[in-house]
Design a protein around this ligand. Structure first.
Ligand code: CP
Ligand code: NVA
Length: 299
């Protein structure tokens, strides 16, 4: 049994195993078992892919919203995890505060429960998305190693997990964020320690020659009050449009974790162009979660 909270703690060996599982015909190791899927925030892709992946491994997934459980309001995160462990073989959760996931995992470890906690997106990271991203890059280019990836936009949860996963898999990552929206120094140092990750504020510089151009929303869930300010900060040059894509390599693809805000971080022209792989990337969330769940429960 292993928790899946961050790509960095999964490490390169774990990531390699997960990517291998994603391409394999996995046995129904969770036949007759439960998988708890707890959501504090909305979801289209993560909910559907995790639910269907759990079914594919033989499990019965139970979708639970925060309206029912009230994390740290109706009951503590620790108590919720310990109760869910009585019914389920894995607990996957999408939370506002990443520490909630750590507290859940810690409570289970202290109690000696053999039930992993899986991160379905927190304010800090989105590791399940990163696994699907690597699957998509590998499908496109045959390998992740050596592929130049440009991430243009907010240095957010998606960017962190993407950079960690891509660096561990041997890709090079250039991140361009506006001043004030980049990673802090400690995070930059940690990322640079994992592999070839560099940071800047110039989208054109990041994209030049890249084979993957990736972006995400300027305003993540939980940051809605900053939307106007963020639109102003990112609006000058951080939109991925055809002119920016033209600076990338000839065979470059466009990626986005979705949901996208057409006309903000990306134009419809790019999203709907032949170089956009966004729907395949979204579909890859299913084999990605199946592999993550298999890895987590089989240890
Ligand atoms: N990419 C992603 O996690 O989408 P959802 O928020 O719809 O799950
Ligand atoms: N960065 C976005 C990703 C959504 C899948 C958010 O956290 O809202």
């Amino acid at each position: 049994m292993k928790d899946f909270l961050e790509i960095s703690t999964v490490g390169s060996e774990g990531l390699e195993a997960i990517l291998e599982y994603a391409g394999a015909d996995l046995p129904a190791v969770l036949a007759g078992k439960g998988v708890a899927l707890v959501f504090e925030k909305p979801s289209l892709r993560t909910r559907s892919s995790s639910e269907m992946a759990a079914v594919a491994l033989g499990a019965h997934p139970v979708y639970i919203t925060d309206a029912e459980v009230g994390i740290d309001k109706r009951e503590s995160a620790e108590d919720i995890a310990k109760v869910l462990a009585g019914y389920h073989s894995a607990i996957a959760a999408r939370v506002f505060d990443h520490r909630v996931l750590e507290r859940m995992a810690n409570a289970l470890r202290v109690q000696g429960e053999d039930v992993p906690v899986i991160n379905l997106l927190s304010d800090r990271s989105h590791p399940c998305q990163a696994v699907a991203d690597l699957i998509t890059v590998k499908q496109q280019f045959g390998s992740v190693r050596g592929v130049e990836i440009a991430y243009v936009g907010d240095s957010n949860n998606v960017a962190l997990s993407l950079a960690e996963a891509a660096a561990l898999a041997g890709a090079s990552v250039k991140i361009a964020s506006p001043e004030g929206y980049g990673f802090d120094v400690a995070t930059r140092q940690a990322l640079a320690g994992l592999g070839d990750v560099s940071f800047g504020t110039d989208p054109v510089e990041a994209v030049r020659g890249a084979r993957v151009v990736y972006t995400d929303t300027w305003t993540s869930m939980g940051q809605e009050e900053e939307a106007v300010e963020r639109r102003a900060a990112f609006g000058s040059g951080f939109q991925v449009d055809s002119a920016l894509m033209a600076k990338a390599a000839k065979d470059a693809i466009f990626m986005h974790c979705l949901p996208a805000h057409r006309g903000e971080e990306v134009t419809s022209e790019v999203m709907d162009s032949p170089v956009s792989v966004i729907y395949r990337q979204a579909a890859n969330r299913m084999p990605a979660f199946k592999a993550v769940l298999f890895w987590a429960v089989t240890g």
